[in-house]
Write a protein that binds this ligand. Structure first.
Ligand code: TRP
Length: 519
């Protein structure tokens, strides 16, 4: 039984700095996530409905979930069912393409701002992992050590503080990659890279072309850059954007990249068939401004790419409650994936904002509010059973379930999840990491029931699990699809031609405005 004290709500931390009280509207972009601050200086919950309107994205509806279930034959992920992934752009088009041609590419990423990941960071990855399993498609994960280095140095007025050298961010990338792997990704179909290690070749060619399509004014407008922002940060966005193009990663599809010391003649040009593969990006909605810039320019590339689809999540709230997100720089706002069972327990008990009443008597009489209760919110992310979750909410509202009891259910769930994670994390050695970070041909099945003809399939592009995989990196490098000269066999060249035609068709298809992509 919980004591009256445990039923007490912990007041949210009020940000009273002069700067915060000046901010009235909520601010969400890649570099700021903050709810509206009212006149008294109190931070309000993030208004996601308003974000949908401001960003011009579409809400994810029940029809999307139904369609998703029909296409994959599996129930939609709990994060979709509970609308924690709540918005999208062209999610329908990805499903259409998958039904028709059998595959697409998944892309997500992480800015390695520190060596330790927290619970909030795992959310898009857990979701992406499930999508990858359901669709059986290739996935690329970008670690933006360059972005974080440039951003941190910019924030510190050009001064490089201890622990913030370029090499430090590369190290954070490696630490984070190991955490990501421990969430359970399949090395056969997943490529993880850091910008400092991987960028070059066709990726860099795409970057350079993309940079030519973005003016300084456009970059400043989208990201808030100004005349005193360092130039690395101004151009960084192009890299995060072209990371969505399958043509940035030819090796993953069995084509050669153009990097010394191999100069394959075929690699002197980017591969057009790869430009016909669409991409879906699962991410938190703060990253959307990048991909708005991307979508407006996909069709202007030399080899036009279909407009990238997005599926967007809310933020895992800080322990202090709605209005902020977990932040690695505030240890009391977040539960880290390296926390001990005791730390998890103490953080939830001491810091998790409660939707319970002031006293036990009041709570019994009036009931609590699960909607603002942080322990309940975390359960809604991590508890699989819809029935149990609904039951917890019901009993909380009626006053039967106390804050202390809600917290203890949350603690046991998180201790279980993080404990399992830590066991797997111990096994992720450098060697395991290198399996994921070596560019190589990925193996994936795609949609076994897609509607296209066999001739629609470009070998190694639209589902290739039936083919022999090139597991070693060395083999992968040589492996332009078939044929010793890297030009492919006759059949493959014919198929590639067809895919090129398809790419052209895709690029020419009637353009809908972003605003009307809905269901
Ligand atoms: N900029 C992101 C961050 O700071 C990292 C990132 C790169 C990313 N590419 C992405 C996130 C694609 C989501 C999807 O976290």
């Amino acid at each position: 039984m919980a004591s009256a004290e445990e039923a007490l709500g912990v007041a949210p931390e009020v940000n009273t700095t002069a700067e915060a009280t000046k901010t009235v509207t909520q601010q969400i972009d890649p570099y700021n996530v903050a709810g509206e601050v009212d006149e008294t200086g109190a931070v309000k919950a993030i208004d996601y409905e308003r974000l949908i309107e401001n960003f011009g994205v579409q809400p994810l509806t029940q029809q999307h979930l139904d369609r998703f279930e029909k296409v994959t034959g599996k129930p939609a992920h709990r994060l979709m069912r509970r609308k924690l992934f709540f918005a999208h752009r062209d999610f329908d088009k990805i499903l259409d393409f998958y039904e028709k041609y059998g595959s697409f590419m998944l892309y997500t990423g992480r800015g390695p701002s520190s060596g330790s990941m927290h619970l909030g960071h795992t959310v898009p990855f857990l979701f992406t992992k499930e999508l990858q399993e359901l669709f059986d498609v290739p996935l690329v994960i970008m670690l933006t050590d360059d972005e974080k280095y440039l951003f941190t140095r910019n924030k510190n007025d050009g001064v490089q503080k201890p622990g913030s050298a370029l090499e430090d961010f590369l190290q954070y990338s490696h630490d984070n990659i190991k955490d990501i792997i421990a969430l359970g990704f399949d090395p056969a179909k997943t490529f993880i890279y850091t910008d400092y290690e991987y960028l070059g070749g066709h990726f860099y060619w795409n970057t350079s072309e993309f940079e030519s399509l973005v003016t300084f004014n456009q970059a400043s407008g989208a990201f808030g850059w100004n005349g005193s922002t360092n130039i690395g940060l101004v151009s960084y966005g192009a890299k995060q954007c072209v990371a969505a193009f399958p043509s940035s990663y030819p090796e993953l599809y069995g084509y050669s990249d153009y990097r010394p010391p191999q100069f394959e003649p075929t690699a002197k040009r980017r591969y057009k068939p790869l430009a016909s593969i669409p991409t879906l990006i699962p991410c938190a909605i703060d990253q959307e401004p990048y991909f708005r810039v991307l979508r407006e320019r996909c069709e202007r590339m030399t080899d036009p790419h279909p407009k990238t689809s997005l599926i967007l999540s809310q933020f895992l709230t800080a322990l202090q409650g709605p209005g902020g997100k977990m932040s690695a720089s505030n240890p009391n706002s977040a539960i880290f994936m390296s926390d001990t069972p005791n730390q998890i327990k103490n953080k939830i008990n001491k810091h998790a904002f409660s939707g319970g009443r002031e006293s036990l008597e009041e709570h019994r009489k009036l009931g609590g509010n699960p909607d603002v209760d942080v322990a309940y919110t975390y359960l809604s992310y991590f508890l699989e059973s819809d029935d149990e979750l609904a039951d917890l909410a019901k009993r909380y509202r009626s006053g039967e379930l106390l804050t202390g009891e809600m917290k203890s259910r949350c603690i046991s769930e998180l201790q279980g999840f993080i404990g399992e994670f830590q066991k797997r994390r111990e096994e992720v050695t450098d060697e395991v990491m290198r399996k994921f970070t070596t560019p190589r041909k990925l193996v994936f099945g795609g949609n076994p029931n897609h509607g296209g003809k066999a001739s629609d399939q470009v070998p190694g592009v639209f589902g290739n699990a039936g083919q022999k995989a090139n597991d070693s990196a060395a083999e992968g490098d040589k492996a332009a699809p078939g044929g010793k000269d890297g030009r492919g066999t006759k059949g493959e060249r014919k198929a590639a031609k067809l895919a090129e035609k398809k790419a052209e068709k895709l690029a020419l298809r009637p353009k809908k405005e972003d605003g009307e992509g809905g269901s």
